[in-house]
Design a binder for this molecule. Sequence first.
Ligand SMILES: NC(=O)c1ccc[n+]([C@@H]2O[C@H](COP(=O)([O-])OP(=O)(O)OC[C@H]3O[C@@H](n4cnc5c(N)ncnc54)[C@H](OP(=O)(O)O)[C@@H]3O)[C@@H](O)[C@H]2O)c1
Length: 321
Amino acid sequence: MTKWGILGTGKMAAALVDAIREAGGEVAAVGSRAEGTAAAFADHHRIPLRFGTYQALAGLGLDAVYVATTNDRHLSAALPVLREGVAVLCEKPLALDAAQAAAMADAARSSGAFLMEAMWMVFQPAFETLERLIAEGTIGTVHHIRADFGFPADLDPAGRLADPALGGGALLDIGIYPLTLAHALVGPPDRFEAVAVIGPTGVDLQVGVASVHGDVLADLSASFLADASLEAVVSGSGGRLRLHAEFHHSPRITLHRRGEQAGAWDTSYPGSGYRFEVDEVHRCLAAGRLESQRRPLADTLEVMQWMDAIRERIGVVYPGE
Ligand SMILES: NC(=O)c1ccc[n+]([C@@H]2O[C@H](COP(=O)([O-])OP(=O)(O)OC[C@H]3O[C@@H](n4cnc5c(N)ncnc54)[C@H](OP(=O)(O)O)[C@@H]3O)[C@@H](O)[C@H]2O)c1
């Protein structure tokens, strides 16, 4: 049984406790910035070992650690664990920027540790179905991708979504999903344009990206203000596939040809949607792999580089950059 530790005690940390257990793993330890929060989380989730620092999880003999801290701390939380040779599943975005992400990848490689971005979307039944349908030629040649991810967010200036010191902004928090969808289907862009609505704290509250990938045009957006469709549509010469909301873990895909529905696939499932990425970590560790073939670090790094370039265009800079 894979023995996990968790860093952070927020919403995602709690969600992954359930997912890890559902996937047959054991949650053995939790690390928090403070002993009190570590103890409360550990008691609530019945986790035997609890620590008031993140560093304490290195050297415990764990098989894997899940990093669920705010974005600004992914690098500093993951490095000590990776240097011990322990596998890391790290929340998206892997880090604040491509340089930090590359430092994590280097640390993993040099100590022989597994590292993967927790990009749960690519492990979803819907995503695998979409890729299969495209490969089978269901919509002919892909020429257009549209995806928007938005919800009216809590924009507390000191919260993780709005505070630049915590790596806030719509691009890194949710824009990463439309970008990763396009990147996974058609690779990095040849060129792109980006525009944003910048909020009072200096981070992007809305961001729109128009990109060209060969003869594919992508229209990708993220918003902390709008109750958006949360759908994705991939259109080709022979029809379009619609990933119904929420597209990053879509329960249903429909095929449309010239205004008529021509097919439908149920991609819903019971249980935690985070279970699939945990299953992948378990498979990789059992096979002795240092990277997931489904979510290789090269893909994560390319999307990080694209997000760096977008932030340069829209003028979002994090402290210390
Ligand atoms: N995959 C998904 O569906 C999904 C969804 C939402 C978020 N995420 C990602 O998951 C990560 C955590 O998000 P979340 O929604 O779990 O956030 P959250 O509920 O705010 O929890 C974040 C945790 O980070 C730690 N932290 C470290 N420094 C902090 C600081 N200065 N302020 C506040 N918290 C700090 C805290 O743990 P301690 O107090 O224990 O140190 C806190 O509980 C982010 O990287 C985010 O991008 C992924």
